[in-house]
Ligand binder design. Structure first.
Ligand SMILES: [Zn+2]
Length: 414
C-alpha cells in the first residue's frame, strides 16, 4: 500500500483523493492536497455534472478533524463549471458545504459536542478558540435554518425566559405536540410575539392552531387571541400554581414582619413547606401545618385554601370545575387576606382560559420539560452575552430542525 493510500485510509477519506501531503509547524499540522474522486464537476445547486470552463481558480483551505491532536488541513482549487440550468458556478465540494471553511465532519463534531457540553470545553477538545467555535456554530445553524419553514403546528406554547445577567428576556415558542422549540425572539412584549406570528406563520397555519398555552401575561394572551382565531387558550397550570404560591408566601412574609421572636420561631421553615404539593409532604409536615390552626390562623387559612385549590386540576367536567372554582373564590374572598384577594382578581381575569384546562389537560408540562433543558443550556454557559449565541444552542439542542441530522450521514464520522 502506498503512503497516500494508507493516509487516506487512516483519515477515512471518501470521495476524495490525496495527491500530496506535508507537515508544518513542527509536525503540529498535517496539510493535504486533495481532489474530488469520481464525483467532481457537479453543480452545487442541482448536483448534475457540468462542463469544466476553468481549471485553476484560487486555492482554498478547509479544516478537518484533528488526528492525534494534529490539525488536518485540506487544500484544493475548485474548478469552475457550466451547469445547463444554473450557468457558470464553482463546482460542488463533496467534503464541505459551499462557502464553508471547515469540512462536514468537523461541523458534525462541533454540533455533537456542543449539544452535550459548554462551548468552552468543546473548543478545548477541538483545539480552537472559543470565539471561533461560537462563530462557526452560528454559521452552521444559520445555514441549516435558512429557508426552513415551520410545519403542521396544532398546539402552541409560549413562555418567557431570562438569559442574561442584566435580566434580558427572550420569548420561546414551542410546538407542544412534537415537543420542540419553534422560535426564539428577543424581548417578552407584544411586539416580540407579534413578530413570530407575522413572520413565521402563514394565515392558514395560524387558523390551524387549535390549542395554545401561555402564562397570564396580557401580551401573550392578547396576541394568541388576535392571531389564532380557532385556538382555545389554556392558561398554563404551572403559572397559576406559581401565582397562588406567591400569594400564600405573601401572607407568611406579612406575619413574619409583625411577629415577635417567639412567634417567628413558630413559623420558621414554612417557606418551602407552604408551596409544597400535598403529595410530596410527609406526615410530620402535615401535622406541623395543621398545628398552625392554633398558633397562626391567617397562615393556616391561606394554606388550607391553597391545598384545596389542588383539586381543581383533577376535574374532568367543565360544569363541576366551574362550580368548584366559584366556591373557592368565595372562600378566598371571605378569608379577607389581601394577597389572596389579588390572586382572585387574576383568576377572574383569566377565568375562561383557566377553566379550559378541564377540556384538554394541556399543561405546559412538555413546555416546562423543554424549559428545563433550556435552563440547563443557559446555566451551562452561565448566561449568554447576546441572544444569538443562546438561540443557537437552543435550536441545536431542542429546535424543530434536528441540526446534526442535516449533515450527510456518511460524513458523520467521529
Ligand atoms: Zn445546476
Amino acid at each position: 500500500m502506498s503512503n497516500l493510500k494508507l493516509l487516506s485510509k487512516i483519515l477515512r477519506l471518501k470521495g476524495m483523493k490525496i495527491t500530496s501531503f506535508w507537515f508544518k509547524n513542527r509536525d503540529r499540522e498535517l496539510h493535504l492536497a486533495i481532489k474530488p474522486y469520481k464525483n467532481g464537476c457537479r453543480c452545487p445547486e442541482c448536483g448534475r455534472r457540468g462542463r469544466i470552463v476553468r481549471y485553476a481558480t484560487e486555492l482554498r483551505r478547509w479544516e478537518d478533524l484533528t488526528l492525534m491532536g494534529m490539525k488536518v488541513l485540506f487544500w484544493y482549487a475548485p474548478k469552475e463549471i457550466q451547469c445547463t440550468t444554473h450557468g457558470r458556478v464553482q463546482e460542488m465540494i463533496p467534503w464541505a458545504p459551499p462557502y464553508s471553511r471547515i469540512t462536514y465532519r468537523l461541523e458534525w463534531r462541533i454540533c455533537a459536542l456542543c449539544q452535550i457540553m459548554i462551548q468552552k470545553a468543546a473548543a478545548e477538545i477541538l483545539k480552537m478558540a472559543a470565539s471561533t467555535l461560537s462563530d462557526l456554530l452560528h454559521r452552521i445553524i444559520n445555514r441549516m435554518r435558512d429557508g426552513h419553514k415551520i410545519r403542521g403546528v396544532k398546539t402552541l406554547g409560549v413562555d418567557e425566559i431570562s438569559f442574561c445577567k442584566e435580566r434580558k428576556f427572550a420569548t420561546l415558542v414551542y410546538d407542544l405536540d412534537r415537543s420542540h422549540i419553534l422560535w426564539v425572539g428577543l424581548g417578552k412584549g407584544s411586539e416580540t410575539i407579534d413578530r413570530f406570528f407575522n413572520e413565521r406563520l402563514s394565515k392558514g397555519q395560524k387558523s390551524r392552531i387549535l390549542w395554545a398555552s401561555c402564562d397570564m401575561s396580557r401580551a401573550y394572551t392578547e396576541a394568541i387571541k388576535h392571531h389564532c382565531p380557532n385556538a382555545t387558550l389554556v392558561i398554563d397550570r404551572f403559572h397559576v400554581v406559581k401565582a397562588l404560591n406567591q400569594a400564600v408566601d405573601e401572607v407568611r412574609k406579612d406575619e413574619w414582619r409583625v411577629l415577635d421572636t417567639h412567634g417567628r420561631k413558630a413559623i420558621k421553615g414554612l417557606r418551602w413547606l407552604l408551596s409544597m404539593h400535598s403529595r410530596n409532604r410527609t406526615k410530620g409536615n402535615t401535622r406541623f401545618l395543621n398545628s398552625l390552626r392554633n398558633s397562626n390562623r391567617r397562615i393556616h387559612r391561606a394554606w388550607v385554601l391553597k391545598d384545596e385549590f389542588e383539586h381543581f386540576w383533577n376535574y374532568s367536567y367543565r360544569a363541576s370545575a366551574e362550580k368548584f372554582l366559584k366556591r373557592w373564590i368565595t372562600a378566598a374572598l371571605q378569608s379577607r387576606i389581601p394577597s389572596l384577594r389579588k390572586f382572585v382578581g387574576t383568576l377572574r381575569n383569566h377565568f375562561e382560559n383557566i377553566l379550559s384546562f378541564v377540556d384538554r389537560n394541556l399543561t405546559n408540562a412538555v413546555g416546562e420539560g423543554l424549559n428545563r433543558i433550556v435552563k440547563i443550556v443557559k446555566n451551562r454557559a452561565s448566561g449568554y452575552r447576546n441572544l444569538e449565541s443562546f438561540a443557537d444552542m437552543i435550536y441545536l439542542t431542542i429546535g424543530d430542525l434536528d441540526v446534526p441530522a442535516q449533515i450527510p450521514s456518511h460524513l458523520r464520522t467521529l
